[in-house]
Ligand binder design. Structure first.
Ligand SMILES: Nc1ncnc2c1ncn2[C@@H]1O[C@H](COP(=O)(O)OP(=O)(O)O)[C@@H](O)[C@H]1O
Ligand SMILES: [Mg+2]
Length: 350
């Protein structure tokens, strides 16, 4: 592209902020990749067009551009609505800055306001989850040790019992101690070191698919929508199987064995995952058409011991989140009756 050859395009490409450059006639000459993602279109398609030709509801944008040009200074509109083809009306913060390079021009920077709010919420959630996890691990340790003593004492007691009928009670103690121990071990597992190798995410998903289909053979379909061009991922295969399995199992349990689950894989560029910007990431979406996550659980399903079912432990998603964060990734979800989507984001860059 021959516009403004002295402008450090390479630097712009790496920005998380969406940047659009306009030439001296205020026609679009360049979009960085964050802008291409935001507006879901390429630089080439928009080259030479005006903002009025590309967007709708451009009054505020036109005003910001006018202010910047006439005052020869940056103009920031904190609360802008802009109509786009890809996403409808977007709620944006926009800065318009006049440029004086080899020829004059204008730089537009766009931030999604909703996205900023969402990131702030996610960060808060992350801090909270990490604190909770630490507390829980310590607690699990503290509970596990005396459990061994209780179980041992019950066994000794059982040997001394004269009436065999009383064994029923010692057996309850032993079995319950074992159950608690199993639970505590689940809480402690994520501490084990991970074993990262190059792997294909579709192998992971295929394994999960056949496991779940074997559990619930009729009435449930699991569709694949894979992007087969995805590169290999560096990760712990067993952990990732567990992650996907926990999420898919939840979906199939929620649908009580009938309905449709979609396993979708995609690539994402320039994506922020738990505070870090990644050039490339693999996105796995697990979508079901079940009843949705109960409203009262939505804020806390990743917390340990939170479960919507009587026989659940409430550890499935906690472990999934732990494993994913060991891959520097994160899990998000959206849920409404008829559509629940869990989105696992796994960065590809080290
Ligand atoms: N796809 C889904 N649809 C509806 N509810 C879900 C879904 N995934 C998770 N949930 C809810 O989140 C809860 C927590 O899940 P999880 O941490 O795996 O614990 P558990 O499966 O042992 O209950 C579930 O009990 C269920 O109520
Ligand atoms: Mg579960």
């Amino acid at each position: 592209m021959n516009l403004m050859p002295d402008f450090p395009i390479l630097t712009l490409e790496n920005l998380a902020t969406a940047v659009v450059l306009l030439d001296s006639e205020l026609r679009i000459s360049y979009l960085n990749s964050a802008a291409e993602d935001m507006f879901e279109t390429g630089s080439k398609n928009l080259h030479g067009l005006t903002v009025q030709q590309v967007f709708t509801h451009t009054e505020q944008l036109a005003n910001a551009m006018h202010q910047a040009v006439t005052s020869h200074a940056s103009y920031i509109e904190h609360d802008m609505i802009l109509g786009t083809h890809a996403h409808g009306k977007l709620h944006l913060r926009c800065a318009a800055t006049p440029l004086q390079l080899s020829e004059p021009g204008l730089m537009l920077e766009f931030h999604l306001i909703d996205r900023t709010l969402k990131l702030a919420r996610e960060e808060q959630m992350l801090d909270q989850t990490q604190a909770n996890r630490l507390l829980l691990r310590n607690l699990a340790h503290e509970i596990k040790n005396p459990l061994g003593g209780i179980r041992g004492a019950a066994q000794l007691l059982e040997q001394e019992l004269e009436k065999p009928g009383l064994r029923e009670y010692t057996q309850v103690i032993i079995q319950e101690a074992d159950r608690l121990r199993g639970l505590m071990e689940k809480l402690l597992t994520p501490q084990t070191a991970t074993n990262h190798n190059s792997l294909n995410i579709h192998e992971v998903l295929e394994r999960v698919r056949s496991l779940v289909l074997a559990e619930i053979p009729v009435g449930l379909t699991i569709q694949r929508d894979y992007d087969t061009s995805l590169p290999a991922l560096l990760g712990d295969k067993e952990q990732l199987i567990q992650v996907m399995l926990n999420i898919v199992r939840n979906a199939s349990q929620a649908m009580q064995g009938k309905g449709r689950i979609i396993l979708r894989t995609r690539i994402a560029r320039q994506i922020t995952i738990t505070r870090r910007l990644h050039r490339l990431a693999i996105i796995v979406q697990i979508i079901d058409d079940g009843p949705g996550i109960p409203k009262e659980l939505r804020d806390k399903i990743f917390y340990p011991l939170v479960s919507g079912s009587a026989d659940g432990h409430g550890l499935g998603l906690t472990l999934a989140q732990d494993f994913v964060s060991q891959h520097k990734g994160s899990i998000e979800f959206e849920s409404e009756p008829g559509r629940t989507c869990f989105c696992v984001m796994l960065p590809l860059t080290p």
